[in-house]
Design a protein around this ligand. Structure first.
Ligand SMILES: [Zn+2]
Ligand SMILES: [Zn+2]
Length: 399
């Protein structure tokens, strides 16, 4: 009897022990790996599981073009309405990898916003388009078929060319009719045009997205008639509605990004849904004056477009005093100082400021960034973006 009982306990212990080893093996499989990595986990939530409410944004990349010690991806944001991914806003290098870890499915996503054509804002465009294709074509193992893909075109919005040519003094051979930066239409066509695009194979392979030839549109107007054009003139406030459908409104306005005569065509965006709003600076100096020193109306376009925003995602790439080496003065014309961020956020009455596009210059000085913002009497909330962090607009929590 005694022996039998011991044998039972021994067996019981072995079974429990094996079970604990099995479970703990799964639990510890990802120790030390980025939280976005879910290989080997069974019940761990994906970042997408934290999305809730009317309007949310998931950070796909909180960095800029320069590598940071904490490994941030370049700029990118996935915006959800009613919990569904609906808009991809910038798609810099590394956003594909973070998207892959997010648990989100973008098979129905059909709006892509590009703030400007710097590589840290659009470098992963083609990888994401291909990912969209695969999410439209889950192979059905049971009957060996592909279901039909969706038919809606992918609409890609971004700045038009501003017409500024290569400076003739430096580039005497340059064609004066070729601008420094292409229009978004020329940029996108140069990738996906069926016969001439460098990524033309995607036009063929992504037929599934549109049940025919890969159907993309660049800057289509909200009523389907022609295209929208956002004036590249950032000295006046002329917001343009890009999208207005099913309660979603997206507006864009030109902002300054860079010194004359090499200004980069660049847009800031405002996304509104069910009375909630997200504003995104893209990259900008947030100037309050024209180049000749003339003050801009109401403090400039960043103040105007950010009015009363629930969430303002801001380019946090430089300090008030850095970069400050030889030839680094240009950075103050490309990006916004912490003091100016504070000034804009205070003037616009923003509820929550999200510091993003964090660089090697700012990542170790974020306490100082926040202090400089507070000195401008900004009293709303401040949050530091991180890759795969989710903000549910108008709700208190974020993950
Ligand atoms: Zn950038
Ligand atoms: Zn830029």
């Amino acid at each position: 009897m005694q022996t039998k009982n011991n044998q039972f306990h021994l067996l019981y212990s072995i079974v429990i022990g094996l079970f604990v080893m099995l479970v703990s093996g799964f639990c510890f499989a990802d120790q030390g790996i980025n939280t976005g990595n879910h290989y080997g986990k069974t019940n761990a939530p994906f970042p997408v599981d934290y999305v809730k409410g009317d309007l949310s944004v998931m950070v796909l990349g909180s960095g800029g073009p320069a590598v940071t010690a904490d490994g941030r991806a370049s700029a990118g944001y996935l915006i959800f309405t009613d919990g569904q991914p609906r808009v991809l806003m910038d798609v810099g290098g590394g956003t594909y990898k973070n998207f892959a870890s997010s648990g989100a499915n973008i098979k129905d996503l059909d709006i892509i916003l590009l703030s400007h054509l710097h590589i840290d804002h659009m470098g992963d465009l083609s990888p994401i388009v291909k990912a969209m294709y695969f999410q439209n074509r889950p192979f059905n193992l049971a009957n060996g078929t592909f279901p039909p893909g969706r038919t809606a075109a992918v609409r890609i919005y971004g700045p038009d060319a501003n017409g500024l040519p290569f400076p003739a003094a430096i580039f005497p051979q340059a064609d004066p009719n070729v601008p420094l930066y292409p229009s978004t239409k020329d940029f996108v066509d140069s990738h996906y045009d069926l016969y001439t695009g460098s990524d033309r194979y995607l036009n063929i392979f992504t037929r599934a997205i549109s049940a025919g030839i890969f159907n993309y549109q660049v800057n289509p107007s909200p009523n389907g008639q022609g295209n929208v054009e956002v004036s590249p003139d950032w000295t006046v406030y002329e917001p343009v509605t890009l999208v207005h459908e099913q309660g979603l409104r997206i507006t864009a306005v030109a902002v300054n990004h860079g010194p004359p005569p090499a200004e980069v065509p660049a847009l800031a965006f405002r996304i509104e849904y069910k009375g909630k709003s997200i504003v995104y600076s893209g990259d900008t100096s947030s100037r309050s004056t024209a180049f000749d020193g003339t003050p801009l109306a109401n403090g400039g376009n960043m103040v105007e477009i950010s009015q009363g925003a629930d969430l303002l995602i801001y380019d946090t790439a430089i300090m008030n005093d850095a970069p400050d080496g030889p030839n680094d003065g240009v950075f103050f014309q490309l990006h916004t100082t912490p003091s100016r961020i504070g000034e804009v956020a205070a003037a616009a009455g923003v509820k929550k400021l999200v510091l993003s596009h964090i660089t090697a210059v700012t990542q170790s000085r974020l306490d100082e960034v926040e202090a400089l913002i507070r000195e401008q009497n900004y009293t709303g909330k401040i949050s530091r973006a991180a890759d795969l962090k989710v903000y549910n607009v108008g709700m208190h929590n974020h993950h």
